[in-house]
Every structure is written in structure tokens, then in C-alpha cells.
Ligand binder design. Structure first.
Ligand SMILES: NC(=O)c1ccc[n+]([C@@H]2O[C@H](COP(=O)([O-])OP(=O)(O)OC[C@H]3O[C@@H](n4cnc5c(N)ncnc54)[C@H](O)[C@@H]3O)[C@@H](O)[C@H]2O)c1
Length: 376
């Protein structure tokens, strides 16, 4: 068996705890170093993994010092989006093998391009954390579609909220995953931004309607903040049937099913219905696949590499670009800055109700913001 991969973590927040759950439970890694600007964040991170022999993290307040001193194989990047590119590039230049960077891949397509370039030049594998590609119901839906169980997929509908890159980079990635990595060829949409809303220091809209076209002939739609509905999964319509997908199960109907056929595929590490099913199953399976990819043991292509993460980001930025240019945007997107930011700076999207607020301010440390579990 290969030696355990030596992991360093940059940004000890909510999401890299999930990376740690994956790393520890897969038994293929040891976490040897963590870095955060906040000592408390690192202490809290330790608490999560105190029981694990493979957790022996040295603390660093400076991520660059950690990269220099810790002889790492793998780095998890879980700072806010605006830091993804700089941290990934620093890690990729430090002699490591691979980076697992959180979604959305970066704040701009230009920054995401830089990440891919530096990783490529240094022979470093780049993964983006679209962990739902490892949920069994998602994979069952993808396989049913690939097997023609609902004919040609004509339309997919999903609901979302809280900003296209923040929330719906996952939805864009889901469309591509369900369609076996079909290419999005065009996008058109609109946004409403009456409040000065941000998500982790990135400006977002209040509401969005996003429509995409794929080279398979499929169209897909995101309704974000337009109705009270939101959540993961999808309604998938084919020429010969339909699939209704959630994080844990799906219902499929076609000429042979005699109504809806309910399928609940088992996970390898958790059972649908278990508390935290998505985190446990998605994080551990992602960690297994990532280790196999890094070690050269993979039997399939890694499901969420940098290129795939880029395409998810590109799709949601294409919607902003459609709003900015009042056009149906053809992919690839050429605009390398954040189009919503450009519109805000240009006064193109004046807010009706002034007062900047960040929907993720509850995660800031050193203040008295209470955890609002109803509005994560
Ligand atoms: N894949 C998913 O489903 C999912 C879910 C939630 C968040 N995310 C993504 O994960 C990323 C992090 O989000 P979060 O909610 O975990 O944030 P968070 O605020 O909980 O954690 C971020 C941490 O980074 C630290 N940090 C900031 N600057 C740093 C620096 N220069 N060096 C070291 N540490 C630094 C902060 O102190 C904080 O502890 C975001 O990009 C977010 O979009 C992904």
C-alpha cells in the first residue's frame, strides 16, 4: 500500500472540516499541518479530529510558511473564494502533488485560468470540491441517463438561492455530471439586485433566472431566489421518461416502470436517511478517489478536476455576462473579470435598499454574530 499522503490545510473553516472527515475516514492520508489567520479556528479544527491517529497537525498562522516547512503531498484550500487562486498557486509551486480547492473555483475566470496554468506547469493535479459527484443517487441518475432509460434528456430544472457562483456553481456542475460532462454551448439569463448582498466577500444577486444550452440538445434552467424552493437534486425530463432526483434518492418513470419507481442507492459509508449523509458519503468517496488519482491508482477519470471546476464557474459567469451584454452568451466566455462586479462598479445595477451585508458573516470570527442554522 502507498504511504499515506501528507496533507496541509489552508483555511480551517466549515468546508475543510468536511475535507478532513474524508481524509481521516479514507485512511489514505495523514493531516500534518493546518494554517489559519485565526488561532481559534485551528484549535477548533483540532477538536474535530482529536481521536484520529493520523491527525498530527502543526499550526501555522502563515500558509506560505506551512507550505515551505511541512513536506506536503496534498493541500486543501478552503479560504474564501477570493483567495482560492493565490493559495492554489502558492501550493502548486511548493513541490506538492495535488490541490483540493473548494468551489467556486475562483472569484474570476482569469484567476481560475491562472490556477490551471500554474498547476499544469508544476505537474500538480488540481481538484475542485464538487463533492456531490460522489453521491450514489447522483451517479445512479447519471447512469440511467447514459443507459437511455429516459431517452434523450430535453430539459433539467433546479432551484437555488444565495448567488449563482456561491450556490449554483454546484447546480451547473450537476447539469454537466448528469449529461456525462456534456459541453454547455450558450447561456442567457437575468438577475435582480435590490439589496447590496454579498457571499463571502463576493457580490451576489437577490434573484436570478438562468438558462443553458448543451451540445447534447438539452436545455437546463436554474430558478434562484425566485420562489421559496431551493435545494439539491433536479427534475429531469427526457423524451422517454423522467427522473426526480434528490441528494439521497430518485424516482424514475418510463414506459416500463408502471408509475414512479423509487430507488434509494446505498452509500459505501453511510445510509440515506443517516444524519449528515451527504457530508459523510460525499467527503469520504471524494477523498478515496482523490488519493487514487494522486497515487496513479485510479480506474476512472477523476470526476471533478480543475477543467471541470472551471466549466461550472464559466457557466454561472456566462449568466452574469448575459445580463451585462444583454445577449445570449456563447461559450467559451471571454470575459475574465467578474461580470456582476463590473456592473455594480459601473452603476449598472444600483441597489434599491442600500447597506452592504454578507450572507456568510456568521462564519467571521472575533465578533458576536450568532449561528443562524435556518439560513446557512
Ligand atoms: N463544496 C461545498 O459544498 C461547500 C460548502 C461550503 C463552503 N464551500 C466553499 O468553501 C470555501 C470556504 O467556505 P467556508 O464556509 O468553509 O468558510 P469559513 O469562513 O468557515 O472558513 C474560511 C477560513 O479561512 C480562514 N482564512 C482566511 N484567510 C486566510 C489565510 N490567508 N490563510 C489561512 N486561513 C485563512 C478564515 O480565518 C476561516 O477560518 C468557500 O470558497 C466556499 O464557497 C463549499
Amino acid at each position: 500500500m502507498a504511504d499515506k499522503l501528507r496533507v496541509g490545510v489552508i483555511g480551517c473553516g466549515e468546508m475543510t472540516v468536511n475535507h478532513g472527515i474524508g481524509y481521516m475516514n479514507s485512511s489514505k492520508y495523514e493531516i500534518v499541518a493546518i494554517s489559519d489567520l485565526s488561532d481559534q479556528a485551528m484549535k477548533d479544527y483540532d477538536e474535530h479530529f482529536a481521536e484520529w491517529d493520523d491527525y498530527k497537525a502543526e499550526h501555522f498562522s502563515d500558509a506560505l510558511e506551512m507550505l515551505e516547512k511541512s513536506n506536503l503531498d496534498v493541500v486543501s484550500v478552503g479560504v474564501w473564494d477570493i483567495g482560492h487562486s493565490a493559495m492554489t498557486r502558492a501550493a502548486a509551486s511548493s513541490g506538492i502533488k495535488a490541490v483540493l480547492c473548494e468551489k467556486p473555483m475562483a472569484d474570476t475566470l482569469g484567476a481560475a485560468n491562472d490556477m490551471m496554468l500554474v498547476c499544469r506547469r508544476n505537474g500538480v493535479k488540481l481538484a475542485v470540491g464538487h463533492q456531490r459527484r460522489w453521491l450514489p443517487a447522483y451517479t445512479l441518475a447519471k447512469n440511467l441517463i447514459a443507459d437511455g432509460e429516459i431517452g434523450e434528456v430535453s430539459f433539467i430544472k433546479v432551484y437555488a438561492r444565495d448567488g449563482l457562483p456561491n450556490y449554483s456553481s454546484h447546480q451547473a456542475d450537476l447539469f454537466r455530471y448528469l449529461l456525462s460532462n456534456a459541453e454547455c454551448t450558450w447561456a442567457m439569463g437575468n438577475v435582480e439586485r435590490e439589496t447590496d448582498r454579498w457571499a463571502r466577500a463576493i457580490p451576489i444577486e437577490d434573484k436570478a433566472l438562468a438558462v443553458f444550452g448543451f451540445d447534447t440538445g438539452t436545455e437546463a434552467m436554474i430558478l434562484s431566489g425566485l420562489t421559496p424552493k431551493h435545494g439539491w437534486g433536479a427534475e429531469i425530463f427526457g423524451t422517454e421518461g423522467m427522473i426526480n432526483l434528490t441528494l439521497q434518492d430518485l424516482r424514475v418513470m418510463n414506459g416500463g416502470t408502471n408509475g414512479w419507481d423509487h430507488r434509494v442507492p446505498r452509500g459505501n459509508h453511510a445510509t440515506p436517511g443517516d444524519a449528515n449523509f451527504e457530508v459523510i458519503e460525499g467527503s469520504i468517496e471524494q477523498a478515496h478517489a482523490f488519493a487514487d488519482w494522486v497515487n496513479g491508482d485510479a480506474t476512472e477519470e477523476y470526476r471533478s478536476d480543475g477543467e471541470s471546476g472551471y466549466k461550472a464557474l464559466e457557466m454561472v459567469h456566462a449568466i452574469y455576462e448575459s445580463v451585462r451584454t444583454h445577449t445570449q452568451v456563447q461559450l467559451p466566455v471571454k470575459t475574465m473579470v467578474h461580470p456582476l462586479g463590473v456592473m455594480i462598479d459601473d452603476g449598472h445595477l444600483p441597489v434599491r435598499y442600500p447597506g452592504r451585508f454578507d450572507i456568510r458573516n456568521r462564519t467571521l470570527r472575533g465578533d458576536n454574530v450568532t449561528l443562524d442554522t435556518e439560513n446557512p
